[in-house]
Design a protein. Structure first.
Length: 206
């Protein structure tokens, strides 16, 4: 397997990044190395392909972007780590269910290193702590290749979540590392999470 290229992009515009993922995926071939992008987005809501607009409960001045990932509505903002996984699933012999399971397990393993018990919730992709969502997943697969990925709440303003049904679940509580007394900077969180992702995805290094 070719080495995976890791890109640390900082805070970047959602729409431009989404278009870059689409362009990358459309242009890749069997020899194109996979890429993992670590970044954060300015404040916005995103609504997945099957997303229902009524899950936006209130207009609070946060822009809403319809996008082509799976899932319902979620929030992105500063202080949240976003990891986009641009992977050739055919080359890795992964189906979507196995990819989702690998992402969730990487998050659970990372949280365990922080002394936090992360859990799956049946029928609701993502990772939860005590029933509160700390990480969201949303993927798209084209030509056997994935894009979009996951977000992990680290140290952010969670108040915009009150204006939505997170991932389509009414009253779903959300949490973040800061509120769980994890004192670790965002860059270190990203590096540690990346290592767990690469381990579960079969990468020796990035």
């Amino acid at each position: 397997m070719k080495d995976t290229l890791v890109r640390r992009l900082g805070r970047v515009d959602y729409q431009a990044t989404w278009q870059a993922m689409q362009t990358f995926t459309a242009a890749r071939n069997a020899d194109t190395p996979d890429e993992i992008w670590l970044l954060e987005h300015p404040s916005l809501f995103t609504l997945g392909l099957a997303g229902r607009p009524e899950h936006l409960l209130a207009e609070i001045g946060v822009p809403l972007q319809k996008t082509d990932r799976g899932g319902q509505i979620t929030y992105h903002g500063p202080g949240q780590i976003v990891v986009y996984l641009l992977l050739d699933l055919k080359r890795r012999k992964l189906n979507v269910r196995a990819l989702v399971s690998s992402i969730e397990q990487a998050l659970i393993d990372f949280l365990a290193t922080c002394g936090i018990k992360g859990e799956r919730l049946a029928g609701a992709p993502g990772v939860y702590v005590g029933g509160a969502k700390i990480a969201a997943l949303g993927l798209r697969v084209k030509k056997g290749c994935s894009y979009h990925g996951l977000s992990l709440n680290v140290d952010m303003d969670l108040s915009p979540y009150a204006a939505i049904n997170p991932c389509g679940y009414e009253g779903m509580p959300v949490t973040q590392l800061r509120d769980l007394a994890v004192a670790i900077d965002q860059e270190s969180v990203g590096d540690a999470l990346l290592a767990h992702l690469q381990n579960h995805l079969g990468d020796s290094h990035g």
